[in-house]
Design a binder for this molecule. Sequence first.
Ligand code: PMP
Length: 392
Amino acid sequence: MWTDIRPAAEMPQLFERGGDLISFAGGLPDLDLLPLKELSEQFARLTRLGGRIALQYSTPHVAKALVPAITDLMAREGGSTGAANLVPTAGSQMGLLALGLGLAAPGETVLCQTPAYPGAATAFRTAGLRLHGAPEDAEGLDPSALRATVARLRADGQQVRMLYCNPTFQNPTGATLSVERRHQLADAARELDLLIVEDNPYGLLGFDGGTVPTLQGIDPENVVYLGTFSKVFAPGLRCGWIAAPEPVAERLRRTTEVMALSPSAFAQAALAAFHARGGWDSLIDAYRERYRERCGLMADALEKELGTEGPWRWRRPEGGFYLWLRHEVGADTGRFALAAAEQGVSFVPGSHFGLDGECGDALRLCFSNVPRKRIPEGVARLAAALRGAESG
Ligand code: PMP
């Protein structure tokens, strides 16, 4: 019998944009900002002058030319790394599966921030691992409660190996863990011999241009960091990396080699060329500005349509792609999604982000890829659908 492999993407059917549907569902970047003409020239040049290498198999190492781009991007959030610590991936989704396969044995346990990016839970489960929610309070991951949780699970016979989190502009909540908590979490994890997995696709997309120190920067010897070019460049190149302590990186290199033989040398070379020409600052600034504007439009429209005293609660995120709406007295947002589709708007119900279907009283809205003019209309449709479904 086949083992159950769940979808990694959040409700893939909602990514489709038929007719007049306004989709707040899929977490897609807005690629209108890519300098396509310049890129097509760079890619053509790369093919002409370096095609015999860039289109060949490569080794399971980050291409030498791409290392400065990765170290530069990570340094912007206080991270530090070098070629020996880096493992190339075809995006963080692959990185998550590589971690599950390479750094734990089937049956062992991963603690997981909840709600969580569903692709993480799926990857760990596909690797045969057990999942358990990490303790949290109103400020997010709770380092002092972590000790008790791990002690309890271990007393119960579970091998608790890793703690998975997405601490900056989290998918799906948009929340960011405070600097103080990051230090406390790093201390607690080290004390508990728990490896931290830090998934950080959105950290450079803070709306005010500021960044928060990564856990990797705080404790590089006990953090495995997942980086990706999907949100600061484009997901279609399928290019990301893992930064890990050297022995861990070596083990993960072997694991990724089994999965994909070698990374895309072409994608790495294309990104290295983009970095060498100084392309990143203006692209990241443009992305940030665009998402800041769209998030503001969505939050303003939500305030207008749903009010601030009603049953729906949310916080304005300070970066990233997502806004998380929670119903104060509980509601089944899976049911509301059907009403919303009838009104011509889509979102992802919160249950998709729970480890076992929890968070059904919440929903995730993604603002990154909706044209600015459509956002107020989409929120008006959403509000009508929620009101109708609540009273129905
Ligand atoms: N982690 C998180 C938190 C994400 O939101 C995503 C993409 N939505 C990924 C990992 C996977 O990204 P990719 O494979 O494109 O790097």
